[in-house]
Design a binder for this molecule. Structure first.
Ligand SMILES: C[S@@+](CC[C@H](N)C(=O)[O-])C[C@H]1O[C@@H](n2cnc3c(N)ncnc32)[C@H](O)[C@@H]1O
Length: 274
């Protein structure tokens, strides 16, 4: 990647971070301080470290509550925001072991089923783990995937475990969602010569400063809502700035640029020292 490409990539990724933060109002308003009781002590320690967070002011906290209080709603969003197919094809195929962290309801996990002899999907939110297990039970080869609880900063896996350690739309530089400790954990679990990959990174500058390289795949990308009705409903919650545009288009398929976020077409990766 040239310096100009790198600058453009970093700019695009930061725009998504800004758009998601701006889009947070409707999401924040869904939850209150009382909802924080849903967190386990382990979760509260990471997501509400001072003990006094308010989801109405903090969109990151609101996302964590969404995963636990309205997991099906989150799954509907993740299902329609599909990854660029080349992102999955780029990942090492047919390896022995894969570890995915922050697996959610399986947007990436379901693609990993055929790529690893053994896949471990680490996901802290119990309601998301339940949905993911349900999908795997219905999928051919789903029994190759073990779904476990855990966090970036304390992965329940041995050293050098996996050929590929990957996170999709889950890792951030903040300590509650990865940070330097989380990155060190991903590298600990990666075997020498294996690969750590961060798909749809939100802070590329942070990752490149830590030795990551960047790949992005071109081409038009749209969010494939199930129906026009769903497009209007989900845009109202997750992309409120684009809600009028979505209504006016009258279509179920909405280009990412209309929604104001950069599409899931990119990844950052690092090969672990042999
Ligand atoms: C935006 S979702 C992405 C989920 C899934 N990878 C996908 O692409 O749909 C972010 C995920 O990161 C998980 N997560 C949040 N904090 C985490 C942490 N400290 N360690 C591991 N996973 C975390 C959330 O529970 C959630 O499943």
């Amino acid at each position: 990647m040239t310096k100009a490409e790198s600058r453009a990539a970093i700019q695009g990724v930061s725009e998504r971070a800004v758009a998601h933060a701006a889009a947070g109002r409707e999401l924040r308003q869904r939850y209150t301080v009382a909802d924080l009781a849903v967190f386990t002590p382990e979760e509260a320690r990471r997501f509400v470290p001072q003990g006094n967070g308010d989801p109405q002011d903090n969109v990151v906290l609101a996302w964590e509550l969404l995963y636990r209080l309205e997991p099906e709603l989150y799954d509907r969003l993740a299902t329609v925001e599909r990854l660029h197919p080349e992102v999955v094809r780029w990942l090492p195929g047919r390896v022995d072991r894969i570890a995915e962290v922050g697996a959610g309801t399986g947007r990436l996990t379901m693609e990993l089923v055929t790529r690893g002899r053994q896949v471990v999907a680490v996901e802290p939110a119990l309601p998301l783990r339940r949905i993911l297990r349900g999908k795997l039970a219905a999928a051919e080869g789903g029994d190759r995937v073990r779904v476990v609880g855990g966090f970036f900063d304390q992965l329940p896996l041995p050293d050098d475990f996996a050929d590929l350690v990957v996170a999709c739309s889950a890792f951030t530089p903040s300590s509650g969602h990865g940070g330097d400790v989380g990155l060190a954990e991903m590298e600990r679990v990666c075997r020498p010569g294996g690969c750590v990959a961060i798909i749809w990174p939100n802070r590329l500058d942070w990752l490149t400063a830590r030795g990551f390289r960047y790949v992005s795949f071109p081409g038009p990308m749209s969010v494939e809502f199930a129906s026009y009705r769903e497009a209007v409903e989900l845009a109202g919650i997750f992309y409120p700035r684009a809600a009028d545009a979505v209504r006016q288009r009258g279509e179920r398929r909405v280009p990412f640029e209309v929604l104001g976020i950069n599409p899931p077409r990119d990844l950052a990766f690092k090969v672990c020292a042999a």
